[in-house]
Design a protein around this ligand. Structure first.
Ligand code: SF4
Length: 359
């Protein structure tokens, strides 16, 4: 067989021709032949195993564009997987995401390519901690961010994402007939939600180690260096970072902002791969740093995805007793009417003096 561009076989070149333009700014021509072969091998193994790959927005572009069957945020991925006929789910993301997939698809085999892919936020709280919180605040609803383990979800009344947290908090307060709710585990998300609602918030001191590192000085430096750039921040960042930005919203909201408004220059204050993946579909926008890498997300590679499918490793299970209560908490959120567009955190209308009770 004659070799084509990059020394690829004609079959590999044909199979990856549409992928290369999306990854070319992030993969060197030297790396591409090996990656292209892996992508072809993984896509063949998926068919053989009747598997789908759920690729989170924070996966590197070779995974996101090369092998992801569903791409997006963690909840969107789990919902898509539940609808799929596939027998096997490979979670290209972190462990709590694989658990969420198992909770919503308990009949499927859920695999994660590296069991060490954790999350500082999910690790900040356990089901036992939450039981103590509930005993301290009887009668208040518990709203839990999806970035939590199954045992925490099982103690939860309703889950939320950064795209619908304000809506869920207000729904829970109304449904329970109370003026305060418990919103865990991300302190900054809780503070940013509190600025958008009159419902009182009781929060936990969990942090995302990627988003907590951004500072107002980072934003000021960006503004000085790139005065025309539009700055978008994720609500897991400190509230003063959001206040200094032009727009704040979930990963889906940020992605929509760029693809619909097509800014000439943009700074995404979030995980690095997010900007790389949006950039592939936004050729008219220039993406500028800074960004921070999530070390947990970066444990997932094309190599270990290939090994995962080859050896059917590593299976993620959730104890039977936790599946139903955890599923109920997720399902309650899914059953709420979805926002017409992923919610933005309105920095102009934000309340500036909000009382958040930190546990
Ligand atoms: S980016 Fe933050 S919240 Fe997401 S997996 Fe990494 S540590 Fe957890």
């Amino acid at each position: 067989m004659a070799d084509g561009a990059f020394g690829l076989s004609p079959a590999t070149e044909a199979a990856t021709a549409a992928i290369w333009p999306k990854v070319r700014d992030h993969v060197t021509p030297l790396e591409w032949p090996a990656q292209a072969e892996l992508i072809v091998e993984i896509n063949r193994l998926k068919r053989e195993r009747n598997a789908v790959i759920l690729a989170h927005n924070y996966m590197t572009p070779d995974i996101f564009h090369g092998v992801g069957d569903y791409v997006g945020d963690s909840l969107g991925l789990a919902k898509e997987a539940a609808k799929s006929d596939a027998k096997v789910i490979v979670q290209a993301g972190v462990h709590f995401m694989a658990e969420t997939s198992k909770i919503l698809s308990s009949d499927k085999t859920v695999l994660i390519p590296d069991l060490r892919a954790g999350c500082s936020l999910a690790a900040s709280i356990t089901g036992a901690d939450l039981r103590l919180i509930k005993a301290r605040y009887p009668g208040l609803p518990v709203v839990t961010y999806v970035n939590t383990t199954a045992d925490v979800k099982a103690e939860t009344d309703i889950c939320c994402t950064s795209a619908n947290a304000v809506q869920v908090v207000e729904w829970a307060a109304k449904e329970w007939g109370v003026d305060r709710v418990i919103l865990i585990p991300d302190e900054f998300l809780a503070r940013n939600v509190a600025a958008q609602t009159s419902v009182g918030i009781i929060a936990w001191k969990g942090r995302c180690e990627v988003h907590e590192r951004f500072t107002v000085d980072d934003i000021a430096e960006m503004r000085a260096a790139y005065p025309d750039a539009e700055i978008l921040a994720h609500p897991e960042c400190p509230e003063e970072v959001l206040a200094a930005s032009d727009f704040a919203g979930s990963t889906a909201a940020m992605s929509d902002y760029v693809t619909q408004r097509k800014p000439k220059q943009v700074v995404m204050i979030t995980e690095c791969s997010m900007a790389s993946n949006v950039a592939a579909d936004s050729p008219d926008t220039r993406f500028i740093g800074p960004c921070n890498l999530c070390p947990h997300m970066k444990r997932i590679t094309l190599e270990n995805i290939r090994d995962c499918l080859l050896n059917m490793q590593f299976e993620v299970t959730v104890p039977e007793a936790l599946i139903e209560p955890a599923r109920r908490a997720v399902q309650r959120m899914v059953d709420l009417p979805p926002p017409a567009v992923p919610a933005r955190y309105d920095m102009i209308k934000a309340r500036h003096h909000v009382d958040v009770e930190l546990i």
